[in-house]
Design a protein around this ligand. Structure first.
Ligand SMILES: Cc1cc2nc3c(=O)[nH]c(=O)nc-3n(C[C@H](O)[C@H](O)[C@H](O)COP(=O)(O)O)c2cc1C
Ligand code: SF4
Ligand code: SF4
Length: 278
């Protein structure tokens, strides 16, 4: 039995599956022929399109393909306003985020687009306060050391790096004063890692993170992507070791999650788009 089966009794030859997947599903005059099925990426397009459920694919469960809700349309202005209203959160209430809430965020992240539909990201959700503190400490120490190294006499920094130096120093000074400038005392972290060598991994993880921060916003949660931690994790092997990230993987992104204390009253300005029309 092949991986992809077309039930010729059900098929009404509408051709939709061949339009969406012409490299695997071919109309040959007598029905639909499957070619090179080993290249099927399990994207699910054909199963989601077929009006008569004539297609089955090994490893894909039609029960996980619910009908599209009728009222799914989001008015474009509402979506635009929602997207524009997302803010990074750096002041969190002292309130835990329940596991079920975090599960929902991870669940929705896996519907983000991925290169070749690889879905090759892995998530780590951290609610353990002591571990969050330990990671903040390692990150602050990393930046303290980096600051000292880059401040040594005779070192000429390029302007982009120079502009980061104050932040590096503050990370360290806050830590020394007992404050968490890395995760801002957030009650939870979500880390996304993936195989370092896969060319799509960086984008896959970032897009999954975009799902998380937008879904979180819709659920009344605040998030902030923590580049400081991502940078430290990339260069300090003890962080990867502590978290038992697989050797072949890299942490591509990370965010804090919690309940926001501040409520923004206005949207914010941005630079005009730098765009070339050709
Ligand atoms: C790749 C990336 C790394 C970031 N790293 C940090 C960080 O380490 N700490 C932090 O407080 N904010 C971090 N941010 C949040 C940005 O500062 C924030 O998105 C930006 O100032 C715009 O504000 P907004 O998110 O509220 O629109 C990061 C954002 C991105 C996309
Ligand atoms: S699941 Fe995607 S790649 Fe596989 S046959 Fe269907 S449309 Fe083509
Ligand atoms: S989408 Fe379904 S009904 Fe239409 S051609 Fe393909 S298998 Fe047949």
């Amino acid at each position: 039995m092949g991986k992809i089966e077309i039930d010729s009794q059900k098929c009404i030859s509408c051709g939709d599956c061949t339009l969406t997947c012409p490299s695997i599903l071919l109309a040959d005059g007598q029905g639909i022929r499957v070619v090179d099925e080993e290249y099927c990426t399990l994207c699910g397009h054909c199963l989601a399109l077929c009006p008569v459920k004539a297609i089955t694919i090994e490893g894909m469960n039609l029960r996980e393909f619910p009908d599209l809700p009728e009222d799914l349309e989001v008015p474009p202005e509402t979506l635009a306003a929602f997207l524009r209203s997302r803010r990074s959160c750096r002041v969190f209430a002292e309130k835990e985020v329940d596991r079920e809430v975090l599960e929902k965020l991870v669940d929705i992240a896996r519907y983000a687009p991925t290169g070749h539909n690889s879905q090759n990201f892995q998530f780590m959700v951290i609610k353990e306060k002591n571990l969050i503190r330990a990671l903040a400490k390692r990150t602050a120490i990393f930046f303290g050391n980096l600051y000292k190294m880059l401040s040594a006499p005779g070192i000429n920094l390029p302007p982009w790096l120079q502009s980061h130096m104050r932040g590096f120093r503050l990370n360290w000074e806050y830590y020394q004063a007992g404050k968490d400038r890395i995760f801002r005392n957030a009650p939870a972290l979500i880390i996304i890692h993936a195989p370092a060598e896969n060319v799509s991994s960086a984008q896959n993880c970032s897009l999954a993170m975009a799902h998380i921060i937008l879904q979180a916003q819709a659920m009344g949660l605040g998030t902030c992507i923590i580049g400081y931690f991502i940078t430290a994790a990339e260069r300090d092997p003890s962080i990867i070791k502590e978290l038992e990230i697989p050797k072949e993987n890299k942490i591509f992104t990370c965010c804090t999650v919690g309940y926001p204390v501040l409520k923004f009253k206005r949207l914010v300005e941005r630079k005009p788009p730098a765009v070339r029309w050709l």
